[in-house]
Design a protein around this ligand. Structure first.
Ligand code: BTN
Length: 231
């Protein structure tokens, strides 16, 4: 992928969308700092200098319903990049990367397209790399600096992008790679969905990214929500 680097930018996702409008593809927007980082569910994403803040603009040939698969590929690639620094990551459904139960990375995918065809997809990945945990808002957030000391961000980004391009080229591998890195499967979870809370054992993921949860009332198939690991 071609890389566009910024010392400081409002949001690499915002810039990725702009490049999509210019007709570009296969480009990575990378920044040392974001001044208006965006998170899932309209949240802010704090992005101090020293982190890894990047967005990947892709035009995959697939229906929009399959986009979650690309986001899951990004979570696997991120987990692999984090693992390359020597810490033990796990993926929390759908695409947070945790170490010791604390969030070290989050992913926000934005896209445009018709039902049967994605026009463009911007996968935004934030990794709390060489940043102090005091500069992060959540008490359940951590950083690579906190976990293992400062890392070579170039190497981490390279590992991430290599893994991502392999997975996107071989989509059949994505779910099995996700399962292998998942900390959610086999766990008791509570998922807050738009239709209420679902509590039970997470048993599997199903294409293109739904979580199957065995509850007291039977099996639920969850496609959106915030998941919490209970034990
Ligand atoms: C989440 O809420 O967990 C997702 C956070 C995604 C943050 C990344 S940082 C790079 C990219 N640019 C943004 O504005 N957000 C994403």
């Amino acid at each position: 992928y071609e890389v566009e680097y910024h010392d400081s930018i409002d949001s690499t996702n915002r810039r990725g969308r702009e490049l999509a409008g210019d007709g570009r593809e296969d480009i990575v927007v990378l920044a040392d700092e974001q001044t208006g980082g965006r998170g899932r569910l309209k949240r802010e994403w704090s992005s101090p200098s020293g982190g890894i803040w990047l967005s990947l603009l892709l035009r995959p040939t697939m229906p929009t319903t399959h986009a979650p698969l690309v986001t899951m590929a990004a979570a696997v690639a991120t987990a692999e990049a984090v693992a390359s620094t020597g810490v033990e990551p796990e993926i929390k459904w759908p695409n947070d990367v945790l170490v010791d139960g604390k969030k070290v990375s989050g992913i926000l995918t934005e896209m445009e397209g018709e039902a049967d065809r994605i026009s463009w997809l911007v996968v935004g990945i934030g990794i709390n790399a060489n940043v102090d945990i005091e500069s992060l808002p959540e008490d359940r957030a951590t950083s690579l600096r906190e976990l293992c000391g400062d890392v070579d961000r170039r190497e981490v980004v390279q590992t991430l992008l290599e893994s991502m391009s392999e997975l996107v080229a071989d989509r059949d591998r994505i779910l099995s790679a996700w399962r292998a890195r998942s900390g959610t499967l086999g766990r008791r979870v509570s998922v807050e969905t738009p239709n209420g809370e679902i509590v039970g054992e997470a048993v599997d993921v199903e294409s293109p990214g739904a979580l199957l949860v065995d509850t007291a009332d039977g099996r639920e198939r969850v496609t959106v929500g915030d998941c919490e690991h209970l034990r």
